[in-house]
Design a binder for this molecule. Sequence first.
Ligand SMILES: NC(=O)c1ccc[n+]([C@@H]2O[C@H](COP(=O)([O-])OP(=O)(O)OC[C@H]3O[C@@H](n4cnc5c(N)ncnc54)[C@H](OP(=O)(O)O)[C@@H]3O)[C@@H](O)[C@H]2O)c1
Length: 299
Amino acid sequence: MIAAPINPSDINMIQGTYAVLADLPAVGGNEGVGQVVGVGSHVTSLKPGDLVIPADAGLGTWRTEATFSEENLLKMPPGIPLTCAATLGVNPCTAYRMLSDFETLKPGDSVIQNAANSGVGQAVIQIAAAKGIKTINVVRDRPDLQRLVERLKSLGADHVITEEMLRKPEAKDLFKKVPKPMLALNGVGGKSATELLRHLQHKGTMVTYGGMSKQPVTVPVSALIFKNVKLRGFWMTQWKRDNVQNKDKLRGMVADLCSLIHQGQLTAPTCQEVPLEDYQTALKDSMKPYISAKQILLM
Ligand SMILES: NC(=O)c1ccc[n+]([C@@H]2O[C@H](COP(=O)([O-])OP(=O)(O)OC[C@H]3O[C@@H](n4cnc5c(N)ncnc54)[C@H](OP(=O)(O)O)[C@@H]3O)[C@@H](O)[C@H]2O)c1
């Protein structure tokens, strides 16, 4: 292994609150990038020197060396920066699927999302921008908000607003500039999700993929009756399992994402690279609020 990020789901696995838990003793980490150093005699698709990422969750990537079966790995094309490869298999794939599988969006349409500065959020901004879809990005207020707003706009975000601003009546003015979204992406839950629903178009869909606030999603009755909104969930691990017989679908998505990386339209999330020896600091930092940087362990 060369590099592997610390994601919230890795922490949840350690805490024992995630939907899949490894048998102990186990190695943590679900994504990352490694380099093949040797292959068995029946391996046909990989050779020493290839850069690879896991094709599924649960392989345990916070380690220096591992033996994996060929079908559990995806080969990276040349020219993919290490931090991009290390963070490609979960968050950008989740963003890609959520933008494709729930509503038919065309250029000029809009999407609203919370946790817009998360790894998923940054990928949503960039993939949507590449498709000509406008994004309304909700973040939590913080002392250096302006810096964050500028950073997200440099990735292609059309609008960046705080949860508090979204609650004010003036927030309606935003929808004079962009069409009301048919798709809302919720990685937070609680009041933040309720706010997204308020701005969703009639018959629109809210996809919940994360619950960073640890609060349940509260849905106003009027959103269901008068707006007939659809509430859906998404889990990348399940999608990969559902498509395990059709690996071409996964490979096709990863190839599309790599082509965005080659064209400079998709970059790695803002990150902090930490030597593996300093994993304790990295784990602590990964759980701090407002840090806005993904911790990446360098082996
Ligand atoms: N369903 C799936 O397949 C799938 C796939 C990937 C990720 N996820 C989930 O998506 C979420 C984000 O993952 P990630 O790797 O993108 O995260 P990340 O890069 O570590 O970022 C965490 C995000 O959560 C926000 N946050 C933290 N605590 C919060 C709170 N109490 N209230 C509101 N926002 C809060 C942070 O905002 P601040 O900067 O304001 O702290 C930041 O935007 C996680 O819940 C993860 O498990 C799900």
